[in-house]
Design a protein. Structure first.
Length: 378
């Protein structure tokens, strides 16, 4: 077990659920603490309940939200549940109606009517998230009963760890007006030492994002990578099974076969395979001159042309896909694949164009030729 890998991969390690792992990480933490504080600027919370690495990105991205959530109201419900649990003692029990009344009275955007299914559905999703993450436990009843009927009760217990879910801020954030202010708050005490800020930003970007690209906003950071490449590579290879690869306009941290740290690409699913097959078609079009790589190495394709590429992928390789994707309409297939590739920063959508990021220049996939032939015969 790699301690750094585990801390980066997990939200936290709860003593009540994984006692042996909790003590193992606690014992081995001193060996990596200097790397965490100096290179990443991360703090570790250790208490009788849990061990948590406060992971903050260099630059916030859309995909860094809670993947289980699909609507803004679910984030609001989560915050209200955290407020509700804040007033409860550890191991204190409460019933679902207490929670629903609290949310109903504190939600300010609109009037919450629990007789309406969509409100119950959103709340059930958030409650399940809280239970999976160990902030609440179910003592009696199920959320599914409430989803069917708003009069159904469920008995819960507060575990006491919810108060560590949100990040502690060193400044008063009540007057913040934009996400940028939260971003600046992170390094407010280091404003005079830009070198430390730059170093921590670079290490975070390499560890937390699929790639780092050279842009007008990141020229300083990219120059840092080029200048200290060997030092950065040595630091990261000492901690993880990985390799730092630096190109003219991009840098990537390639994880080794035995390194499992967070969500990685390619994933072991069909939609990841489809993305690699789309990359293959794009590579073919670049090689035959149909598409040209610009100096910044971000390939810009009109949205309509990108849709045609996705359609070609389904026509050529659809026989090898699972039933879910084979039976999708063309519109559903294009939307699903495009959203997935945007989420993983493989592509970006800008008005009428799709920008293909350099990461796809490094990754491609194909079916074995005999497999394709057999499918055609069939």
């Amino acid at each position: 077990m790699n301690v750094l890998e585990t801390l980066l991969d997990r939200r936290w390690i709860l003593k009540s659920k994984e006692k042996d792992l909790y003590y193992k990480i606690k014992d081995e933490l001193p060996a990596i603490k200097r790397f965490l504080t100096e290179k990443l600027g991360y703090q570790v919370i250790i208490n009788p309940y849990l061990i948590k690495l406060e992971k903050l990105p260099a630059v916030p991205q859309k995909w860094m939200g809670i993947l289980e959530f699909s609507d803004k109201i679910e984030y609001t419900f989560l915050c209200l549940i955290l407020m509700f649990l804040e007033d409860k003692e550890t191991e204190e029990q409460f019933v679902l109606s207490e929670l629903t009344e609290y949310i109903q009275s504190h939600y300010q955007e609109e009037s919450i009517d629990w007789t309406l299914y969509h409100y119950r559905r959103h709340l059930v999703k958030v409650i399940k998230f809280c239970i999976v993450n160990g902030m609440m436990e179910t003592n009696d009843g199920t959320e599914e009963g409430f989803a069917r009927d708003n009069t159904n009760e469920v008995l819960y217990e507060n575990t006491g760890v919810s108060r560590y879910f949100m990040r502690n801020f060193t400044q008063n954030i009540m007057n913040y007006q934009s996400p940028i202010e939260f971003q600046k708050e992170e390094w407010i005490d280091l404003e005079e030492d830009r070198g430390i800020v730059r170093r921590q930003r670079v290490y975070r970007q390499l560890l937390m994002s699929p790639a780092m690209y050279k842009t007008e906003d990141s020229e300083e950071d990219f120059a840092y990578i080029r200048h200290y490449r060997n030092l950065i590579q040595g630091d990261l290879e000492e901690m993880l099974d990985c390799e730092l690869q630096v190109h003219r306009t991009s840098a990537f941290l390639i994880l080794g076969e035995h390194c499992g740290m967070g969500r990685c690409f390619p994933e072991e699913n069909t939609i990841s395979d489809i993305s690699l097959l789309i990359s293959q078609i794009i590579h073919e079009k670049v090689n035959n001159g149909e598409l040209c790589i610009p100096p910044d190495e971000r390939l810009k394709i009109p949205s309509e042309k990108f849709q045609n590429i996705v359609e070609q992928c389904k026509e050529r390789f659809g026989a090898g896909m699972i039933k879910t994707y084979r039976e999708m309409t063309t519109g559903e297939f294009i939307k699903t694949i495009k959203n997935y590739m945007i989420q993983l920063e493989l592509i970006e959508e800008h008005k009428e164009d799709i920008w293909v990021n350099p990461i796809l220049g490094k990754l491609t996939g194909s079916y074995p030729s005999d497999f394709v032939i057999e499918k055609k015969k069939g």
